[in-house]
Every structure is written in structure tokens, then in C-alpha cells.
Design a protein around this ligand. Structure first.
Ligand code: XMP
Length: 252
């Protein structure tokens, strides 16, 4: 099944637009692995996908314990996304994406600063063949994100535009499966939504600890919210995930 449908089905079934960012850390790798497995088991019914980052891939090994974790995510019938922010030349990007896909990931995140030709094109190509997803960073969530994604540039027609507007148009043109815009910039979400329409869903990280509001992000046009520390660092992660799921349901 293609990625966009996979996550849409899982969001409907679990009645949740929350993508769990599992950036766990532990000094001991066995402990990290066991703790992550436990988190997946206890939180999966409240979320529509799990997003992995280097916090797990580096200490646990992609084709070793991360593959086991991705399989565990799939046991709950939800997709696994790799937040690789792929950003190199095409030859290397193709290798990186194919490694993540062969480990079972359903989608990867790419950085559009790399460009398409000899940059991200091979990632889109192999993703299409394997029915995997590619999510494009359009505007990041941290406070310095404006320095790059918010700068004024000349677009293809020589007209002044914000960098993120150019990236939103590229996400459409490249037929991306999603665009990422920080919840900390709700006006930017609304602007990107006006460019993308309903064709490319917006994923919004930065809710909670980074200061973004779930309800504002969803009201501005985000389809999914990516949430990490507000869930897994809370005293009761299952309850926090469930509360977020419920409050998303009332605000959408
Ligand atoms: P917290 O703990 O702040 O975690 O809820 C947020 C998660 O989202 C990732 N993140 C981003 N990923 N574009 C991305 O692709 C972004 O703009 C962005 N901002 C945050 C972060 O790595 C963490 O996993």
C-alpha cells in the first residue's frame, strides 16, 4: 500500500493525527532497546505513526535492532518514518534512502536545499517504485529556522519569495507525500497550506516543549502533528499521548 494511504488509514483507525517522535536516549544500549520496545507497545494505539531519528539508529544499528523496532511498529499496523533529513548528492542520497527502505521504513524526510537534479531525484524515484513516502522539509520548527527557510530569495521567475514558499511549490511539483512545517510558525503553516491545498498533507513538529500549540497548528492547516518529549518525558507517557489524541480530535 502506498505510504500516503497507509498513514491516512492508520490515522482514521486510531482516530489520531499524532506522529510519535521516539528520540529516546539511555547510556546502556540494551536498556535503550527494551525501553523503546515498551514505548512502542504502550503508545501505538494513540498515534498514527512512529518517527525515528538518529537517537535510535546510531546506538542501536539500522539493520540490527532498529529493524526489529520497525517490525514492532508494523505489528501495530502503523507506519514508521525515518527523520534522516537527507541532504547530499544523488548518488549518496540513493544509498541512504535504499538502506532505510530495506530496513522497513515506510517514508524518509528529505531536505530540499539539496535540489532535485542529481540531488533528491533518486530518492523520489526509488520511493515511487517501492511505494514508500518522501516528506519534504518546508520550514523547520526551531527558533533559528527562519535564517534559512524564512529568507527572501528570487524564485524561478526572478520574483521575490520566501524560501519556504519556493520549497512548498517544489513539494507539489515533486509530488511529495508530505511537507513539514513547524508548529512554532502557525502563520507559515497557513501560507503553505494555501499553496499545497489538500494535495500534500502538512506534518507539524514543535508541539509542546518547543512552544508550538497543537490546536493552532491543526487549525492553520496541519494534517499531522509530530510530538516527542511532551509524550515520552512526561510522568505518564500513555496518558499524555491519549490526552493529545483527544484534544486533536476536539480541535479538528
Ligand atoms: P519534540 O521533542 O520537540 O520533538 O516534540 C520533535 C521531533 O521532531 C523533529 N523535528 C523536526 N523534524 N523538521 C523535521 O523533519 C523539523 O522542522 C523538525 N523540528 C523538529 C525532531 O528531530 C524531533 O524528533
Amino acid at each position: 500500500m502506498e505510504f500516503k494511504r497507509f498513514i491516512e488509514d492508520s490515522a482514521k483507525r486510531n482516530k489520531s493525527p499524532i506522529v510519535l517522535a521516539l528520540d529516546l536516549t539511555r547510556k546502556n544500549r540494551d536498556e535503550l532497546f527494551k525501553h523503546t520496545l515498551k514505548m512502542i507497545a504502550s503508545l501505538s494505539q494513540s498515534v498514527c505513526a512512529v518517527k525515528f531519528n538518529h537517537q535510535l539508529v546510531l546506538p542501536l544499528g539500522l539493520h540490527d535492532r532498529v529493524t526489529t523496532l520497525v517490525n514492532e511498529v508494523h505489528e501495530h499496523k502503523i507506519p514508521a518514518i525515518m527523520d534522516a533529513k537527507i541532504n547530499d548528492i544523488g548518488h549518496t542520497n540513493e544509498f541512504i534512502a535504499s538502506q532505510y527502505f530495506s530496513a522497513g521504513f515506510d517514508a524518509v524526510i528529505v531536505n530540499p536545499f539539496a535540489g532535485f537534479k542529481d540531488g533528491l531525484e533518486p530518492v523520489f524515484r526509488i520511493a515511487k517504485v517501492q511505494q514508500r513516502g518522501v516528506l519534504v522539509l518546508v520550514h523547520m520548527s526551531h527558533s533559528g529556522a527562519n535564517e534559512g527557510y524564512g529568507q527572501i530569495v528570487l524564485d524561478e521567475k526572478g520574483e521575490r519569495s520566501s524560501q519556504f514558499e519556493v520549497f512548498a511549490r517544489r513539494a507539489l511539483q515533486w509530488r511529495a507525500d508530505g511537507a513539514i512545517v513547524g508548529a512554532t510558525f502557525p502563520e507559515t503553516i497557513a501560507r503553505v497550506r494555501s499553496i499545497l491545498g489538500t494535495e500534500v498533507p502538512i506534518y507539524s513538529p514543535g508541539v509542546g516543549v518547543q512552544g508550538g500549540s497543537l490546536s493552532r497548528a491543526l487549525a492553520a492547516g496541519a494534517r499531522y502533528a509530530i510530538v516527542g518529549r511532551s509524550i515520552y518525558e512526561s510522568d505518564d507517557p500513555a496518558k499524555s499521548a491519549e490526552n493529545l489524541r483527544r484534544s486533536a480530535a476536539t480541535s479538528s
